[in-house]
Write a protein that binds this ligand. Structure first.
Ligand SMILES: O=P(O)(O)OC[C@H]1O[C@](O)(CO)[C@@H](O)[C@@H]1O
Length: 253
């Protein structure tokens, strides 16, 4: 995994968005279209802000896929990932299509219908983050590294649900849904180019475990070490617990 260290979340977002824009333009040039997976959460604020402002992407040739969503939240809820993506991404670009995961009515039906399309699609770029508990999408530890299903309905663990309260998406723990739709680990790993953006000191332990520990289901994001073309973009705060030898191997911008 190639890791890039940036000063702060703003420069992290700019670097990640530039990488994504380049990969999307190359895919459009080569194949006439591009397929993109989009994540949500605090880690994607700056990434999506820079990406929608990027020049030279023919968005009408881009098909978007949604990484994960809570079960039971309507798009009216402030923490809805559908709402987040609509407001921060889809409304700003003229996409060929965006495949939302609506988790409020019939999540099984949603994952069946979007999953069929996703299974037949070669994804060029995935924008992802890492949770405080090391999760990748909503695959909390221990994550299922084996399933071939494109999407799963998962139970969220306590640290994951506490993170959502800590970030201010929900007023209390009881408001956080207990289940979510998540793209599976194997499906994410099929992406040609993964761009994983991780800002903030809250993520320092997860970043350390991802870069310095074993690849194991207990650290779901560690699987990215087995991917041929992942770039991890972190800021100084997220890198604050890395060893000196890891720091020496990281590209600093
Ligand atoms: O960006 P956050 O809120 O720190 O979360 C990291 C990752 O976790 C998810 O938000 C799921 O909680 C992903 O969509 C995101 O990439």
């Amino acid at each position: 995994m190639h890791t890039i260290l940036t000063a702060d979340s703003e420069s992290m977002g700019r670097v990640a968005a530039n990488l994504a824009a380049k990969a999307l333009k190359e895919a459009i040039e080569e194949r006439g279209q591009a397929n993109l997976i989009v994540a949500t959460g605090a880690s994607q604020f700056e990434v999506l802000g820079h990406l929608v402002a990027a020049e030279g992407i023919d968005w009408s040739k881009v098909h978007g896929f949604h990484l994960d969503e809570y079960v039971g939240l309507s798009i009216e809820h402030p923490a809805s990932f559908c709402r987040y993506l609509k407001e921060r991404f889809v409304d700003h670009v003229n996409l060929a299509a965006f495949h939302y995961l609506s988790g409020d009515k019939d999540p099984q039906k949603t994952i069946a219908s979007v999953g069929v399309i996703l299974s037949k699609t070669a994804i060029d770029v995935a924008l992802v983050g890492i949770g405080e508990n090391g999760h990748l999408a909503f695959n909390d530890p221990p994550a299922d590294f084996e399933t071939e299903e494109p999407y799963l309905i998962v139970e969220l663990d306590l640290p994951c649900r506490e993170q959502q309260v800590g970030e201010g998406w929900f007023a209390s723990l009881t408001d956080v849904p207990t289940h979510a739709i998540s793209m599976s680990i194997r499906q994410i790993m099929k992406t040609a180019s993964i761009i994983c953006s991780v800002p903030d000191r809250r993520k320092a332990d997860a970043v350390k475990a991802t870069l310095e520990g074993d690849v194991c289901p207990e650290v779901p994001a560690s699987i990215l070490n087995d991917h041929a073309a992942t770039t991890l973009v972190i800021d100084l705060a997220a890198a604050s617990k890395l060893s000196a030898s890891t720091r020496n191997q990281i590209e600093e911008l």
